[in-house]
Design a protein around this ligand. Structure first.
Ligand SMILES: [Mn+2]
Length: 319
């Protein structure tokens, strides 16, 4: 499915704009980048492959009372170096962000991010139906495969899964996630950065971050929890409390995960283009660079995956 930003724009509730002090984009100066080539990245088709002896099992087999995730995504491109994947039956989503510094070196800066997500998805598809996914193991394997292919460039990455009733994660760098319960943040990943704007990153060379440095964790999930997984294009441009307000408003308005991801990505896009308001990026930037004039957002690829935690075991029809 392809959507233009204007279509996304129309789905941002006016009340939200008023609440956040944003103008409608049609009243605003045209952005430097084209609006027409922005698209929603579709998830790959869900088809389970043949069983194999390659479990990523964290726990025992699926059983009654298990939770699952219903998710959708929105991707607004800038340099188009983000990548993501998701598999509803396996209950796992991931996002990755190619480190833009490789662009100047004549390398496809999206290569490692795409490789990681492609390999993670392939690994999930090849697992036995009902297998519970351990994000750390999946990230480790995807990394090994991407390195083995001699893939250039570097990437941050996060993988989140629901295994039984447990929400699990593993991430490297500043791709992250937030878990909301009753509209409030229950858990928020904290980015790994070497220094301002330089996240830990996975790559083929020895100077990359080893997967063993990934932040790994888990919490007990509950039906109704909302998990927002994204790249720094989201989290550098939208404060946690703004995400919370979108979650509460979206929940009250009955938003689907698709609606919710579009509003978050659309909002992040607008703030990323602002020069006169604070963002997480500008607040951190002022502190780290001692430039009092540091204001505004950070234009970037914006990937948002929104997963609603719902009851019921995995089903084949769900995506
Ligand atoms: Mn980014």
């Amino acid at each position: 499915m392809v959507q233009t930003l204007n279509e996304i724009d129309r789905r941002i509730d006016d009340a939200l704009r008023v609440a956040f002090g944003l103008r409608r984009r049609r009243d605003s100066p045209a952005p430097a980048r084209s609006q027409d080539d922005d698209e929603i990245a579709g998830f790959a088709a869900v088809l389970l492959g043949p069983p194999c002896d390659d479990p990523m099992v964290c726990d025992e087999a699926a059983r009654e009372g298990d939770l699952r995730m219903v998710f959708e995504s929105c991707y607004i491109k800038d340099h188009d170096e983000d990548a993501h994947f998701g598999h509803a039956e396996a209950g796992v989503v991931g996002v990755a962000d190619g480190v833009g510094g490789y662009r100047a070196k004549g390398v496809d800066a999206s290569a490692f991010a795409r490789g990681l997500m492609h390999n993670a998805y392939a690994e999930v598809v090849s697992a036995v139906a009902g297998t519970r996914v351990c994000p750390y193991t999946l990230l480790e394997r995807a990394h090994l495969m991407t390195v083995a292919a001699g893939t250039p460039a570097a990437s941050t990455a996060v993988i989140v899964s629901i295994a039984g009733r447990t929400l699990k994660w593993a991430f490297v760098g500043d791709s992250g996630f937030a878990v909301f319960r009753d509209g409030r943040i229950l858990h928020r990943s904290r980015p790994q950065q070497r220094y301002f704007n330089c996240p830990y990153q996975l790559k083929s060379g020895r100077d990359g971050t080893p997967v063993s440095e990934a932040v790994v964790g888990e919490i007990m999930a509950k039906e109704g929890d909302i998990v927002v997984v994204g790249t720094d294009g989201l989290f550098d441009n939208v404060f946690d409390d703004e995400l919370g307000r979108i979650v509460r408003m979206g929940t009250a308005l009955g938003f689907s995960p698709k609606n919710m991801s579009e509003v978050m990505a659309g909002f992040a896009f607008e703030t990323s283009r602002c020069t006169d308001r604070d963002t997480p990026y500008s607040v951190l930037g002022r502190r780290e660079t001692s430039k009092p004039s540091f204001k505004g957002g950070k234009p970037d690829d914006i990937t948002v995956v929104v997963a609603y935690i719902v009851s019921g075991g995995p089903t084949r029809s769900q995506i």
